[in-house]
Design a protein around this ligand. Sequence first.
Ligand SMILES: [Zn+2]
Length: 303
Amino acid sequence: MSTQAPSLPPPSDEQAYMHVSALEAGHLSVPWDLLVVGDQPDDPMVPSLAFFLHHSKTKKKVVFDLGIRRDINDFVPAAMAESCLPDVKQSVAESLAAGGVPPSSVDVVVLSHLHWDHVGDPSLFTTAEFVLGEGSKKALGLETGSLRNPTFYISSIRIPEDRLRFVTASDLNVAIGPYPRAMDIFGDGSMYIVDASGHADGHINILARTSPDGAWILLGGDSAHHPDMITGKMQVAYSIDANTGAVVCVHEDKEVAEENIRRMRSLSEIPRVQVLIAHDPVWYQENKDKEVFLPHRIPPLVY
Ligand SMILES: [Zn+2]
């Protein structure tokens, strides 16, 4: 069997695309040794990046992930706050407002998954539809009807249940590049929600065109925690529980997470495709003082 390098669909005439801006959304400390095998970064502090996407034609406003809320310590177990040292100088809502976008004007909020450092303060997005992977239902407690219990990773922050849309298996009805399950959310090829499970059940990514002539970006959430994992220089860290023999890993399903990382790797090898994960310390160091944060845009990759 020959393996063919994936490709992405060419643009149509007058192709719609998304303007993408980074949003400051707080920082946290991560235990690198529990995340990656390889040369450990020295600094444990990483950003929890969020993104603003603006449709080139309809002007629909999308936010991907809501970062960390300032009063997060009221919503997570004390052990989490003590070990992760969340630090929010600017929340997503403040980053949007500073860039001229009131949170109440946002049309769609896509949450990669429901871990506490990605759900921010949903209550400020008063009219947005919230889009989540179907696997997130379990974390919300909607399947059992029981009250959600804050765990080490899941906070007690509420998502507006009357404006929730779950991306179902039948929504994920197109294949794009290396991803067999994706959804063309606006029906014009400008932005796809892709199934990127592994880190958490129902974890989703956004794959968006960033120009009318063939540039793309993948917003990877927690699909990986360092860009060297995408190139293969670092691997996913794990251990084996001595009592149960179970794999202990920051990703819910290590093997599925690794398959998803391989997909990101092949995607990143396509010309003009940028891959950006939420906690990327390398990108952040290089770009924190550049004009890539709202109201500015992340420039589309050129040849
Ligand atoms: Zn996570």
